[in-house]
Write a protein that binds this ligand. Structure first.
Ligand code: ADP
Ligand code: MG
Length: 601
């Protein structure tokens, strides 16, 4: 007798289990299945993401459904369309040897008429998102007045997404004597409330510790200055050439921008957020599942449905506002018994949040350093060597071998290896050679000067302001002045460059209007302080040439030519100089400098 058989599953399900390749039940399955099969009871089951909850309710549900009746007997509510489809697919696999069980997925963003038609044909099991479900009940397209079982899957996420009222409405259309099975990764008080309000003496099972994140996930954090988030992200990716990751940003805008920048910089990346059409989201998710996309940049809401098992890294590009959300994020990796890493890029001021998360997940973070350029080169070099070693030989090469041998006849083995490796490696080396350390140190770095090298988060705008050293400003005090006058956050003003009688600074393009509005007719100490958008995107564009030797990016355009500018140089002259010191590197070789994924991995 197999372990699954011992749980009381019937033959057709056991055959499906064999096909699925499940060898033994997971803990939540072992605990939940016998209870659900043997008794008519309400149940609250808490188990982390990736522990096999779908089968824990799916097997018993299928076994209990009367396949001779076409009446809808089971309803599964789940937070997102993706999860809905995933559960439906799983249930179909589970019930493949059960004749006559029909499972239908109901979710928004697809034809309601088509879904209604499928329901009409008879669906014993409906898997639905709350929004569409409520809609279809209201339109009398679905009748759940005779269901025996209601499953609330990923209850915490549904509540997080604000589905409480919808769930309440839906359940009010269902019979009182049904059994309700609630599955959740965590048990915030909202879930406890649901259990109390809609369930009768539920049995409780808990797998692992309540509210703990998945324990096969290692949590790491990296401290950088706010505007180094993006270069830090790139380095993390470059350090892990086989990365298959979800990168979380806080807003749709940042999500889109980070994805665009990654693509522009040659990574296989894609964005997933609510402003995309369903079609676009499907395309991205499909590419991600097929691993054509290695880095999926997503918002929390959009990522809810991600059901991909072998994600190696979750990267918190920005920390979420809610600590609870961190648990959901990190739960995207370390699924199905695999191990995973959850990385957090933080600024010094956010470090207290790490402590709160540690308390919440009851796991310690490891502090790690963003690798230096040289370390990354080394990693890439070994990766390349291994890749060459493991490359399957294309037999067609054989035909050309005599000719190739002829070309290479005077090159010995050692030299040949050096050359082959250099073909790829030099690009990396040129990019990372002489880059600065991104790790934020305690001693306040002379930041802005040295930080110019790499791109900021998103499209930034450079400004000219008509105050400078002679008005008593240095880069720090000017930064504070702009920030406080406009009412911005600590890291919103960057690349501050103070000259004698005027200065330059950058902000994110999103606050340009605010900046310009604030500095309209603004008088300080009886003098008009005037801000204009500088013609030159300056340090902000982040499209600096990475390849140009001579270290243009590290020296920074302004810094490099600063010595040449007399202290009394006029504004226009200076702007021109600024333009020229960038103009060159902007144009020359910028395209070529973009490293393409295939070039390295
Ligand atoms: P959860 O809902 O708890 O996050 P899922 O039900 O989505 O987890 O299952 C996660 C993965 O584990 C799926 O790929 C599923 O097929 C697989 N899985 C589930 N049960 C078993 C089992 N008993 N043995 C092996 N793999 C399993
Ligand atoms: Mg699940």
């Amino acid at each position: 007798m197999t372990k699954f058989e011992a749980l009381g599953l019937e033959k057709s399900l056991l055959d499906a289990v064999t096909d699925l390749g499940f060898e033994s039940p997971s803990e939540v399955q072992e605990k939940a299945i016998p209870i659900l099969l043997e008794t008519e009871t309400d149940l609250v089951a808490l188990a982390q993401t990736g522990t096999g909850k779908t089968a824990a309710f799916g097997f018993p549900l299928i076994q209990k459904i009367d396949s001779n009746s076409r009446t809808t007997q089971g309803l599964i509510l789940s937070p997102t369309r993706e999860l809905c489809l995933q559960i439906t697919n799983e249930l179909k696999l589970y019930s493949k040897y059960e004749k006559n069980i029909s499972t239908v997925a109901i979710y928004g963003g697809a034809s309601i008429t088509e879904q209604a038609r499928q329901i009409k044909r008879g669906a014993q099991i409906i898997v639905a998102t709350p929004g569409r479900m409520k809609d279809m009940i209201n339109r009398r397209l679905i009748d759940i007045s005779k269901i025996d079982y209601c499953v609330l899957d990923e209850a915490d996420e549904m509540l997080n997404m604000g589905f409480f009222e919808d769930i309440k409405d839906i359940l009010s259309n269902s019979p009182d004597d049904k059994s309700t099975w609630l599955f959740s990764a965590t048990m915030p008080k909202e879930v406890a409330l649901i259990a109390k309000k809609f369930m009768h003496n539920p049995q409780e099972i808990t797998v692992g510790t309540k509210n703990a994140g998945t324990s096969n996930v290692q949590h790491e954090y990296y401290v950088v200055s706010g505007r180094d988030r993006y270069p830090a992200l790139k380095r993390l990716a470059d350090t892990n050439p086989d990365i298959f990751s979800v990168i979380f940003c806080r807003t749709k805008r940042d999500t889109q921008r980070v994805a665009e920048k990654l693509i522009e910089d040659g990574y296989s990346a894609g964005a997933l957020h609510g402003d995309l059409s369903q079609n676009q989201r499907d395309l991205v998710m499909n590419s991600f599942r097929k691993k054509q996309i290695q880095m999926l940049v997503a918002t929390d809401v959009a990522a809810r449905g991600i059901d991909v098992d072998d994600i190696t890294h979750v990267i918190n590009y920005q920390l979420p506002d809610e600590i609870e959300t961190y648990t959901h994020r990190s739960g995207r990796t370390g699924r199905a018994g695999k191990s995973g890493i959850s990385m957090v890029i933080v600024t010094r001021s956010e470090m207290r949040k790490i402590k709160s998360i540690e308390n919440k997940i009851q796991q310690k973070f490891i502090t790690k350093k963003i690798p230096t350029g040289i370390e990354i080169c080394e990693i890439q070099l070994y990766h390349l060597a291994n890749k060459i070693k493991d490359t399957e030989i294309n037999q067609d090469v054989e035909n050309y071998l005599p000719a190739i041998n002829d070309v290479l006849k005077d090159v010995d083995r050692d030299e040949l290896i050096k050359k082959i490796v250099s073909v790829e490696f030099t690009r990396f080396f040129n990019y990372y050679n002489k880059t600065k350390d991104l790790n934020s140190s305690d001693s306040r770095e002379r930041g802005d000067r040295s930080n110019r090298g790499e791109a900021p988060t998103s499209g930034s705008v450079r400004y000219f302001i008509n105050v400078g050293e002679k008005d008593g400003y240095d880069w720090m005090s000017l930064k504070d002045f702009v920030r406080d006058t406009v009412g911005l956050q600590q890291d919103d003003v960057f690349k501050v460059d103070v000259k004698e009688s005027f200065s330059f600074f950058n902000t994110d393009a999103a606050v340009t209007d605010k900046i310009l509005a604030t500095f309209t007719d603004l008088k300080v100490d009886g003098r008009f302080v005037n801000v204009e958008v500088s013609k030159n995107p300056g340090g902000g564009g982040g499209r600096r040439d990475r390849k140009r030797s001579g270290g243009g990016r590290d020296r920074g355009g302004y810094g490099g030519s600063r010595s040449g500018s007399g202290s009394g140089s006029g504004r226009d002259r200076n702007k021109k100089r600024e333009r020229s010191s960038y103009g060159k590197s902007e144009n020359s070789g910028n395209r070529r400098s973009k490293k393409r994924k295939s070039d390295f991995f």
